[in-house]
Design a protein around this ligand. Structure first.
Ligand SMILES: [Zn+2]
Length: 133
């Protein structure tokens, strides 16, 4: 199919206020966002997703965000993974990863890993799945 076909049936893209600014200025603004705000920005659209991915966050900032997020009422039955920095349902963790010392707010909380991350650890590959790195 030709490009003309798609442009004739699809509305022209509308840019958000941020996207009308030069890319360098967009990056300067995004650098002021905390990790949680960058995650929200990533969900806006493809352009802002890619923009947020270019901003570096420290592991400490990501861990702090996940530790706070897993305390939110909507995450009562969810737990944070401190490798991929996602808050996931309990079913995504081995029982020993969410009980006792690994429970929320306990001594080994920051060592908790989801099944995906445990699998990668077995092969010593340890990728960072979080995009804001
Ligand atoms: Zn994980």
């Amino acid at each position: 199919m030709s490009a003309t076909f798609f442009t004739s049936i699809m509305p022209e893209k509308e840019l958000s206020g941020l996207q009308t600014l030069p890319l360098e200025l967009q990056l300067n603004i995004a650098e002021y966002l905390d990790y949680g705000s960058l995650l929200a920005l990533r969900r806006t659209n493809r352009h802002l997703h890619n923009l947020a991915d270019r901003i570096k966050c420290s592991d400490l900032e990501k861990s702090t965000f996940v530790r706070a997020a897993e305390q939110y009422p909507q995450h009562a039955n969810n737990f944070g993974c401190y490798r991929c920095y996602r808050v996931l349902p309990a079913s995504e963790f081995a029982d020993r990863q969410i009980r006792r010392a690994y429970g929320k707010g306990n001594a080994k909380t920051l060592n908790r890993l989801c099944f995906d991350c445990q699998w990668w650890c077995r092969y010593d590959m340890l990728p960072r799945m979080s995009t804001c790195s």
